[in-house]
Design a protein around this ligand. Structure first.
Ligand SMILES: Nc1ncnc2c1ncn2[C@@H]1O[C@H](COP(=O)(O)OP(=O)(O)OP(=O)(O)O)[C@@H](O)[C@H]1O
Ligand SMILES: [Mg+2]
Length: 251
């Protein structure tokens, strides 16, 4: 098994109030792949994503490469898997943007010159170099989303898990994020309602519905499936609908 492979086997999870949020979810992801996690509000996307680094632990097995997630492997797994939350306020807690992005590398005991190098690179990627010394809570929503992403990019993870990465981003920010994610070599798992974004980034997708896997396969086939989209509260994205209507659209 390669380092960036991810395998979820029969994972079920209930929140403390008894609400079953995932039921027997299984998913195999090959290292370096981009996989979309799709589904309507409440389908279980964020809950599933938080299983990839052991933030939530249900029944069933989670493998990152050869490591089975458990008490003993938790730290190693967190070093491999970077999770960006849906809500950036869950990610940012230091007095400055710089410190937030430096936090992970510093915890790993990296020398300060390397920390600085990684922070500058990560803030550059998300276009926030000029905001490094500002308090994160003074940033706009889209800026916070960018800063939250940078806190994970600075970790150089093998697996990137992103929850709604385009929400709140302006068109240029969204386009730059797409370009970046298309070229990074790590495994990418992205939950999103931005189906066009998923279509451009991912080769494969899983559709969740009521905490179960409703479908899984090549993203283009899933998103073009009218019945599946209707049944799971999604819709065929415009770029595919246009195609299906018999107006082939060449780029
Ligand atoms: N902290 C919590 N306590 C109790 N139930 C929760 C909690 N968080 C989520 N749930 C429930 O678990 C289910 C799955 O929620 P989840 O946040 O994973 O959905 P989602 O697919 O990410 O939705 P969205 O598209 O709105 O982000 C929902 O029924 C939700 O109400
Ligand atoms: Mg969510």
């Amino acid at each position: 098994m390669a380092v960036g492979d991810v395998s979820i086997r029969g994972v079920s999870f209930k929140y403390p109030d008894g609400q079953p949020a995932l039921t027997e979810v299984s998913l195999e992801i090959t290292g370096g792949e981009s996989v979309g996690v799709l589904g309507c509000n409440g389908a279980g996307k964020s809950t599933l994503l938080q299983h990839f680094n052991g933030l939530l632990r249900g029944t069933g097995e989670v493998f990152i490469g050869e490591l089975l997630l458990g008490e003993k492997t938790l730290n190693d797994i967190r070093a491999r898997v970077g999770l960006v939350f849906q809500d950036p306020d869950d990610q940012l807690f230091m007095p400055t943007v710089f410190d937030d992005v430096a936090y992970g590398p510093r915890c790993r005991g990296l020398p300060e010159t390397e920390v600085r190098r990684r922070v500058e690179r990560s803030l550059g990627v998300v276009g926030l170099a000029a905001e490094a010394s500002r308090p994160p809570h003074h940033l706009s929503l889209g800026q916070k989303k960018r800063a939250a992403l940078a806190t994970v990019l600075s970790l150089d993870c093998q697996v990137l898990v992103l929850d709604e990465p385009t929400s709140g981003l302006d068109p240029r920010g969204r386009r730059e994020l797409l370009a970046y994610l298309r070229k990074v070599p790590c495994t990418r798992i992205v939950a999103t309602h931005d189906l066009e974004f998923a279509l451009e980034l991912c080769t494969r997708a899983v559709v969740l519905d009521g905490g179960r896997v409703a479908a899984e396969g090549p993203i283009r086939e899933l998103l073009a499936d009218d019945t599946l989209m209707e049944r799971t509260g999604l819709e065929v994205p415009h770029s595919l609908r246009f195609h299906a209507m018999g107006h082939p659209h060449h780029h």
